[in-house]
Design a binder for this molecule. Structure first.
Ligand code: ARG
Length: 394
């Protein structure tokens, strides 16, 4: 049997290689899909794959695709799950698609991944692979053998698996965010140690002087940074650095996983935090109240689908059709001030702005204010009816 394994080089995927070789009698082809993890992580994956004696190791660069086909959609949808910018979830779809491509090219019988049976990623991988390549078997060795971390470490030692000084955390990283779980973080009553943060500085180590960044959107997609046109990948990379230096983008939450478990999650997402905040600010300027209220419902559904592994459910595309329609007017500039760990919108403008200074100004009234009084007479009508009703105690 031939299996293509999604490989990060971390403990789960290392153990998965050996299990596939020994328990499943498989020849293993490891695939690392680049969605913006650090170059050191990518190099480590390649080195460890070779040490494990895999048949082949394949690197696939999916960064542009990830940005243009997933992150941009997520910005337009203000993609947040329980307050965190969807990042790991979003990356699993392009990764799964690349695994399918490779599996077909190398004529594999199965796609394997190192997910445990506790997390969300198994949902995202399994559903996508099953939809796109129903002919391929899905193998999740850690889940199938019901292994925990202690057992995995023990197995790794017994099987001469090349482990370095492993961090006590489970880390997932892509250009849109970094997630840190496990170890001491599993006690939500304890403050996370500083060592978990790599992209963001603690507030006391940020520059004293605030920094204002200006983001230019065209149809809901960020196109310029401080007035200069920059491609999506570069824009996000630059903004991660700028906002991270100002300590922006640390998120700590108790997250409801798909299985219902509550998990303590920590994230760093500097660019995502700033871009979604700026995008929302621009939408407030150009969309009507009715559109804004309805779009929030759509965004909630959209984010749930993406979080829950259902990117390829037709509803996601249906919702995107609505979102795309609203984004025709989401063009303009937003200034965000970054300072000591927080970001704040300070200015916005758009050729499609619905803001009318003449109407709202205190200086000079743009309409006859006396007209408001007659509308207000009806505004509380139902309250009056309820008060008059028999049995009302008011
Ligand atoms: N809880 C987050 C999510 O499901 C992050 C998961 C991180 N995954 C990992 N294998 N460390 O989106």
């Amino acid at each position: 049997m031939r299996a293509v394994l999604s490989f990060s080089g971390g403990l789960d995927t290392l153990v998965a290689v050996r299990l596939l070789q020994e328990k499943y009698n498989a020849e293993v082809i490891t695939v690392t899909v680049d969605v913006g993890q650090s170059p050191e992580t990518l190099k480590m994956a390649e080195r460890r794959a070779r040490q494990m004696g895999v048949l082949r190791h394949i690197y696939v660069d999916a960064r542009r695709e990830f940005v243009e086909e997933y992150i941009f959609h997520s910005i337009r949808a203000n993609g947040l799950y329980e307050g965190y910018p969807l990042s790991t979830a979003l990356s699993r779809y392009p990764i799964a698609l690349k695994l399918v491509d490779v599996a077909r090219k190398v004529k594999a019988d199965a796609i394997a991944h190192g997910c445990t049976g506790k997390g969300n990623d198994q949902f995202r991988f399994d559903t996508t692979i099953a939809i796109k390549a129903p002919e391929l078997k899905i193998i999740a060795p850690i889940r199938e053998m019901n292994l925990d971390r202690v057992q995995e470490l023990e197995y790794a030692r017994r099987k001469d698996i090349p482990l370095g000084p492993e961090k006590p955390y489970s880390i997932d990283e892509n250009i849109w965010g970094r997630s840190i779980e496990g170890g001491v973080l599993e006690d939500p009553s304890k403050t996370p140690p500083q060592e978990i943060y790599v992209w963001t500085r603690p507030p006391e180590k940020t520059p004293a002087k605030p920094r204002v960044v200006e983001i230019g959107f065209e149809n809901g997609i960020p196109k310029t940074l401080d007035g200069r046109r920059v491609r999506g990948l570069d824009l996000i990379t630059k903004l991660n650095k700028i906002a991270g230096d100002h300590g922006v983008g640390r998120i700590e939450l108790i997250e409801d996983r798909i299985l219902g478990l509550k998990a303590r999650e920590n994230y760093e997402a500097p660019a995502a935090t700033v871009l979604i905040q700026a995008h929302m600010a621009l939408e407030q300027l150009v969309l009507t109240k009715q559109e804004l209220v309805f779009k929030q419902l759509v965004e909630q559904r959209w984010s749930d689908l993406v979080y829950n592994g259902l990117w390829f459910d037709p509803l996601r595309e249906d919702l995107d059709a609505f979102i795309d329609c609203t984004q025709k007017r989401v063009t303009g500039n937003v200034k965000v001030e970054l300072s000591r760990g927080s970001s704040r919108v300070v200015a916005r403008s758009s050729p499609y702005s619905l803001y009318d200074k003449k109407l709202v100004s205190f200086e000079k009234f743009g309409f006859d204010q006396r007209e408001a009084a007659s509308i207000i007479k009806f505004h509380g009508l139902q309250g009056k009816l309820a008060k008059r009703r028999k049995g009302s105690d008011g």
